[in-house]
Design a protein around this ligand. Structure first.
Ligand SMILES: Nc1ncnc2c1ncn2[C@@H]1O[C@H](COP(=O)(O)OP(=O)(O)OP(=O)(O)O)[C@@H](O)[C@H]1O
Ligand SMILES: [Mg+2]
Length: 527
């Protein structure tokens, strides 16, 4: 094998150095994910390798990206920044010929006779295509000013190799970013769909209108009379009352009985949020308004446009949010966080609180101007203890709901248990009553007939019974004994007629038969 002479060894050494430089660059960009970061590594390296005064790497606009991306790097030794510009004629030439372009002296190049080096600033230049699967996806351009020698063939070669080798890596990074963005959008729209689904299910289940609001007491009739008056207008309504008294139920009923019923009914709890977070949820934000605001967000007021927004626990809204709410009520205007201009929305504001807003106003925690605005009309929901007469109807309603949910027919309650429910103080109001019925139907083991012992201990104790863990057995025994005696007596008095006896005992036929089976009573026993 012939031994290479010293000229050939130099040549080989240069080639090896070039390969090493290219290899280490490719390794570096392979370990990075972000497109801009990859672009900046490539152009930094090219400026360094070719001793260019300035380098530019641009990705061409493609697909649903409306604009390309460009990164410019200037050699540190260059005193002033060159006015960055890659002439369209030069890039057009590369896009057409799809090979690396070398211009030694722009002022003397026949191909671009109408371009000038602008006083020597763009004397010598290289422009290389970045090609992926036959498409030019980007360009790298390097310039040297007249004060320095034109680019060499080695510069052209290295630029060409690096541009073509890194093109695929850049394209992959772009694809990954695009996929991540689409995935995020997909997840967002999925969770919006889920929320909407829950909202619609609730609405259908409650079948809104006033039919879903149970009660015939004077208290609830007054509430409904006032609610029906405000359905026909757009004025704000403040709904007050202790927890679980039906504030949201009434707000829904107002919306679905108003002309806005075809618009959305959007609920927002104003508590436990920082002002920026709450404002961004209510009024939306523009991309970049704060850390984490990666894209524009419409906000709930826009979602409720044409419909109603229900601001729950409005007393908990921070002062600055209160100001913004006042602006929507007064002027129908919202200002998304970070937006320069306000926007008009058509939304009716209903709000609720179970705290004393007058007191909050006195202690300067609630704006008085907002207070007077939101309670143009106030609907106060009294606690359940002030409408005990509604308890039997409510119980019947919740039993029906449960029997549909659990697919059990004839859920019912004994008169004793119902009496206890009427006596209890219900600090959690109707919500607690509903939970109590739900719980009782789940643990009840007598064919769907809820009895005293199926009620929670809290209710039994609170209703005036002195049941304790120790004497629960005695109590059960006493109740059972009384039940047996009553059943036997009634059956005897009615000639063993189960249907009639059940009616007199306040039980269903099935309920009585279940109890007779439990106590071993047969119709003959009673004759
Ligand atoms: N009159 C009623 N008839 C039937 N169901 C009712 C009635 N009032 C309340 N409910 C039911 O009681 C539960 C609690 O009602 P709602 O959520 O409207 O109360 P709230 O006053 O908004 O409570 P909170 O202050 O805790 O938010 C709901 O399931 C609701 O459907
Ligand atoms: Mg509520």
């Amino acid at each position: 094998m012939p031994v290479p002479n010293s000229g050939q060894t130099d040549h080989l050494q240069v080639a090896v150095n070039e390969l090493q430089a290219i290899n280490s660059l490719i390794e570096r960009i392979c370990s990075v994910r972000e497109t801009n970061h990859i672009m900046s590594i490539i152009i930094n390296e090219l400026v360094k390798l070719t001793q260019a005064d300035q380098g530019v790497i641009s990705l061409l606009p493609s697909g649903d990206q409306t604009s390309g991306r460009t990164i410019v790097r200037t050699r540190p030794q260059v005193p002033e920044e060159l006015p960055y510009r890659v002439s369209e004629q030069l890039s057009g030439w590369v896009l057409k010929h799809r090979v690396v372009l070398l211009v030694n002296d722009l002022d003397r190049d026949d191909r671009f006779s109408n371009l000038s080096s602008e006083g020597g600033q763009f004397k010598s230049l290289i422009c290389a295509p970045m090609i992926v699967r036959g498409d030019v996806v980007g360009l790298t351009s390097l310039v040297r000013r007249s004060a320095r020698a034109p680019f060499s063939d080695a510069d052209v070669r290295q630029t060409g190799i690096i541009s073509s080798q890194s093109a695929q890596i850049l394209a992959n990074a772009l694809l990954m970013e695009e996929l991540a963005r689409k995935n995020e959008l997909l997840q967002e729209s999925q969770s919006r769909l889920e929320e909407e689904n829950v909202r619609l299910t609730d609405v259908i289940a409650d079948s809104f209108a006033f039919e879903g609001v149970i009660g015939h007491s004077e208290a609830i009739r007054n509430v409904l009379a006032l609610a029906s008056k405000v359905c026909s207008n757009n004025s704000p309504v403040l709904i007050t009352g202790p927890t679980g008294t039906g504030k949201e139920l009434i707000a829904r009923a107002i919306h679905y009985n108003s002309r806005r019923r075809n618009g959305a009914f959007v609920v927002k709890n104003c508590g436990v949020k920082t002002d920026t977070l709450l404002e961004s949820e209510l009024f939306g934000h523009v991309k970049g308004a704060f850390t984490g605001a990666h894209r524009d967000k419409p906000g709930l007021f826009r979602e409720a446009s044409g419909g109603t927004i229900f601001l729950d626990e409005i007393g908990d809204a921070p002062m600055s949010t209160q100001m913004a709410i006042l602006r929507v009520i007064e002027d129908g205007e919202i200002r998304p966080v970070g937006a320069s201009r306000p926007e008009h929305v058509d939304v009716r504001v209903l709000s609720a609180t179970n705290s004393d807003l007058k007191q909050a106003m006195e202690s300067k925690e609630f704006r008085s101007d907002l207070f007077y605005r939101i309670n143009a009309v106030t609907i106060n929901l009294p606690p359940l203890t002030e409408r005990r007469d509604d308890i039997p109807l409510l119980v019947e309603h919740f039993l029906k709901k449960q029997s549909i949910r659990m697919q059990i027919e004839n859920l019912s309650i004994t008169p004793e248990a119902l009496k206890m429910l009427r006596q209890y103080s219900w600090p959690g109001n109707i919500r607690q009553l509903e939970n109590e019925i739900e719980r009782a139907t789940l643990i009840c083991d007598t064919g769907g007939l809820i009895d005293v012992l199926d009620l929670s201990e809290e209710v039994r104790r609170g209703a005036g019974e002195t049941v304790s863990a120790g004497d629960g057995g005695q109590m059960r025994g006493a109740v059972e004994k009384l039940e047996q005696e009553m059943i036997v007596k009634t059956l005897q008095e009615n000639g063993g007629n189960i249907q009639k006896s059940a009616r007199l005992l306040g039980l269903t036929r099935k309920g009585l038969k279940d109890k007779m089976a439990r106590y071993g009573i047969s119709a003959q026993d009673s004759e």
